[in-house]
Design a protein around this ligand. Structure first.
Ligand code: AMP
Ligand code: ZN
Length: 468
């Protein structure tokens, strides 16, 4: 078998993958901050984690995947000043923070599912793990890594000699660039809040008692605390967006290595690049966002967005244009046409003929999850004259374990253009039978048509048919 290589942000190199524990590969993904709708850029980071998970499963590794939901404590400013995004969104909408979190968590779960992402083994919310976060701060306090100021309990980055290593930071420049308005009393510009106190006299919706007083956790804390709860330390793979490297993940590494006494805390760090509009990041803060429903309103099915995602490597920025999306939708539909033609014959495939194709597909994915190459292998199999439809069908079904494009069931949009009054009439008869809930009759007609080589395709515009 080809061995899996993954690009590790920590070493800046493609590394051969070795699981820490043969029983289970432990993967943690930084999830959404649920204060606003999750856009298709956010979904890209989920699709990337899903590609990783599906590849691991395809290569025979059992996986435990943990994703967090940030429903508290993510401030609008990396320097720990500014408002909490959840509280601010709740105030704007006149709703409770819990309502806002529930609304957008639900949207995120649904949209993830619609683009074919497998459910994580554990989905954990920051607000449901406050004791674990407090315990982590206590461990850091015991180790002498913290200090307390009026604003909160802070991590002293000067106590962790390797602080700058992960993201190769220039701390002197950071110190020189420290801004007026940053939190007063911080010892080093890079120090970050572990536990924050609300400003005097204010009462937040989301605050908890702690050994240091009422307050709320800093954002970085939750990922260390919850990954430790469900995966232990060290664990295999941590994923996130490239925007996380310099602050969020740097801080996760610092507090985890100090609290758990492990180095490296995470064996492989994978970061996905952004979805952009003409180089500008799709972001909630700038308002240039599209959600999955917007694509659907334009007639693009959610899985066509997954196909679009697979066309670029996860470490490259992906440019979003209407043309690129439409081209992906057409490509996906064409693939479905072939899958729909071949998949029912898969059982008759000659297993020996599948082997070299499986190897090519695995080789593409094993090269740091090269999805564009994997898609190209699928298309080569569709086109190769040396293969018959049974082999094509078998390969497409097998590849779909990673591609996640529902090649086993999805129907192509394009219906047949053929017209045959006799068949059209039978189709109509079947429709009537279905309307009368006479499913036995409807199935009998479908089988009769199948015997004549006619496949019925159910589309939103009604049933169509195609001759094979
Ligand atoms: P947020 O909800 O803003 O904290 O973002 C959740 C995740 O989405 C993070 O992993 C970000 O890195 C990722 N993300 C945000 N915007 C984009 C984008 N335009 N393209 C890809 N990933 C993004
Ligand atoms: Zn995180």
């Amino acid at each position: 078998m080809v061995s899996l290589k993954l690009h590790d942000t920590r070493t800046r190199a493609k590394e051969p993958f070795e699981a820490l524990d043969a029983e289970c590969v432990r993967v943690y993904t930084c999830g959404p901050t649920v204060y606003a709708p999750q856009h298709i850029g956010n979904l890209r980071s989920q699709l990337f984690a899903d590609l990783l998970k599906r590849t691991l499963l395809f290569l025979g590794y059992p996986v435990k995947h943990v994703i967090n939901i940030t429903d508290v404590g993510h401030l609008t400013d990396d320097a720990d000043a500014g408002e909490d995004k959840m509280e601010a969104a709740a105030a704007r909408a006149g709703r409770t923070a819990a309502e806002i979190a529930a609304l957008y968590t639900e949207q995120w779960v649904r949209d993830r599912e619609r683009v074919g992402c497998l459910a994580p083994e554990v989905l954990c919310r920051a607000t449901e793990h406050i004791p674990q976060q407090i315990e982590l701060v206590r461990a850091l306090e015991r180790g002498g890594f913290t200090y307390r100021i009026e604003d909160g309990v802070y991590f002293d980055t000067s106590k962790f000699g390797a602080y700058a290593d992960f993201a190769r930071l220039d701390l002197e420049a950071q110190e020189a660039g420290a801004r007026i308005g940053d939190v007063e009393g911080k010892r080093n510009a890079a120090d970050f809040a572990l536990w924050k106190f609300p400003p005097d006299g204010t009462r937040r919706q989301q605050e908890w008692d702690s050994p240091w007083g009422r307050g709320f956790p800093g954002w970085h804390l939750e990922c260390s605390a919850m990954s430790n709860e469900y995966l232990g330390a060290p664990f295999d793979i941590h994923t996130g967006g490239v925007d996380h490297i310099a602050v969020h993940h740097t801080n996760e590494v610092a507090q985890s290595e100090c609290a758990f006494g492990v180095h490296p805390w995470v064996r492989y760090w994978l970061h996905g690049d952004f979805l952009v509009f003409d180089r500008e990041k799709m972001a909630k803060s700038t308002g240039n966002i599209l959600v999955l429903d917007d694509l659907e309103a334009r007639g693009v099915v959610p899985l066509a967005y997954r196909y679009f995602f697979l066309q670029a490597h996860y470490r490259q920025q992906q440019n979003f244009t209407d043309e690129a999306l439409d081209a992906a939708a057409t490509g996906y539909n064409r693939l479905l046409v072939h899958a729909a033609r071949c998949r029912d014959q898969a059982a008759a495939a000659d297993p020996a003929k599948l082997v070299p194709w499986r190897e090519r597909f695995q080789a593409a994915l094993s090269d740091d999850l090269n999805a564009p190459r994997a898609i190209a292998v699928a298309w080569d199999a569709v086109r190769d004259d040396a293969l018959g439809d049974p082999e094509r069908g078998a390969l497409l079904l097998e590849f779909d374990a990673v591609l996640g494009l529902d090649l086993a069931h999805a129907q192509p949009k394009e219906a047949a253009t053929e017209s045959d009054p006799r068949i059209d009439a039978q189709l109509e008869e079947r429709e009537q039978a279905r309307k009368n809930r006479d499913f036995a009759a409807a199935d009998r007609i479908r089988d009769e048509l199948a015997q004549q080589g006619v496949t019925i395709i159910d589309t939103p515009e009604g049933p169509r048919w195609r001759r094979e």
